[in-house]
Design a protein around this ligand. Structure first.
Ligand code: SAH
Length: 353
């Protein structure tokens, strides 16, 4: 028997105890969403950089191998990937790394049984974890996360005429009079949760934070400081503080109202790289910088790689050029997507920052 629709259990919960926090709504919706399907690719709901072209994973592999060599080839070393999707990035990246003599032990952080099975097909020797806490502590870590932080639950605070409130999800009648999920301000004053300098704001102003992403960046940074290593965090996001809701839902490659059909669409929010950098520094990592994905891939030599691939397989030259454009063009994934580099204190600078 399939589990009851998440919408039904949310409706019952809200009827019994009142509106739930947006973080609660997003966490459960995404857990249900990812546990039940492979959402990637043209037949799914969205496509990610590693699924667009092998060149993406290859550039990540070159970056990791380069910094590992500059660090004096420490061994043994761990490859850690939170949210590996179908395992495509790991496969392409580890293949290139091996050419440089880098053969790390592979650790995936993945909660979805469906995606774990897909990952086992392409990287059978990996070790799996539900969260970062059980990763080994005895070796330097080379960590890559692509479109992982954006799926973690956000919290929103909204300015009302009565002061700051948490943005909750409740049930209201829609235009046709049917009950529907909708965002609404909570009852409890939340002014203390807003930084003093930001408290004066027009009614309707929304401040979004992602405590779960901050916790992940904190754990990565503390591990870099004690274990050594380097990390690349790649996602769509912003690197100067902003206000407003960035919550969005994607289904079959179309934007969708995040409050209809929870658990049936991918819910994401832009990653706040400014806060991530602050957390990383506070917890002992060295921040190499945050740059646009296009600039970073170009600096890693993706243009040369595309030319070589096109030369060895002229029949695919057009699709290779299209993939290159999609990954790097400022109006495609080149600017909105960003690459943040973190290293352990004492580790060398990485390329492209
Ligand atoms: N990195 C992949 C997939 C991105 S989709 C790619 O670029 O193609 C998001 C991934 O994060 C999926 O593998 C999903 O199952 C996983 N994920 C989402 N929330 C998670 C959580 N809270 N804990 C562990 N994995 C999670």
């Amino acid at each position: 028997m399939s589990p009851p629709a998440l919408a039904e259990s949310f409706r019952r919960l809200i009827a019994a105890t009142g509106p739930i926090s947006l973080a609660h709504y997003m966490a459960e919706a995404n857990a249900r969403y990812y546990a039940s399907r492979d959402p990637l690719g043209s037949a799914g709901d969205f496509i990610t950089a590693p699924e667009i072209s092998q060149m993406f994973g290859e550039m990540v592999g070159v970056w990791l191998a380069d910094i590992w060599m500059r660090a004096g080839k420490p061994g043994p070393v761990l490859y850690v990937e939170p949210g590996p999707g179908r395992g495509t990035l790991a496969r392409d990246c580890l293949k290139v790394a091996a050419r440089f003599g880098l053969n790390p032990q592979v650790h995936f952080v993945e909660t979805s049984p469906v995606l774990r099975a897909a990952q086992r097909e392409v990287v059978p020797h990996a070790h799996w974890h539900n969260d970062l806490s059980t990763l080994p502590t005895n070796a330097p870590m080379l960590l890559v996360a692509n479109e992982f932080l954006d799926a973690l639950p956000i919290r929103q605070l909204v300015k009302t005429p009565r002061g700051w409130r948490e943005r909750m999800v409740g049930v209201m009648a829609d235009e046709a009079g049917h009950p529907a999920f909708a965002p609404m301000a909570g009852e409890l004053p939340m002014d203390a949760a807003v930084p003093e300098g930001a408290r004066e704001a027009e009614a309707g102003t929304i401040i979004e934070t992602c405590p779960a992403a901050a916790a992940v960046v904190s754990e990565i940074s503390r591990r870099l400081a004690t274990q050594g290593g380097a990390a690349l965090l790649i996602d769509y996001g912003y690197d100067t503080v902003q206000t407003g809701s960035t919550l969005q839902a994607l289904r079959a490659h179309q934007h969708h109202d995040p409050f209809t059909a929870p658990g049936e669409a991918d819910l994401t929010a832009l990653v706040d790289f400014a806060t991530a950098a602050e957390v990383a520094r506070r917890d002992g990592a060295r921040v190499l910088g945050t740059v646009g994905q296009g600039a970073w891939l170009n600096a890693m030599g993706i243009g040369t790689r595309a030319a070589a691939l096109a030369q060895s397989s002229p029949a695919h030259a057009k699709s290779i050029a299209a993939a290159l454009e999609r990954l790097t063009h400022p109006e495609q994934m080149g600017t909105l997507f960003k690459v943040m580099g973190l290293v352990a204190p004492g580790w060398p600078d990485g390329a492209g920052f």
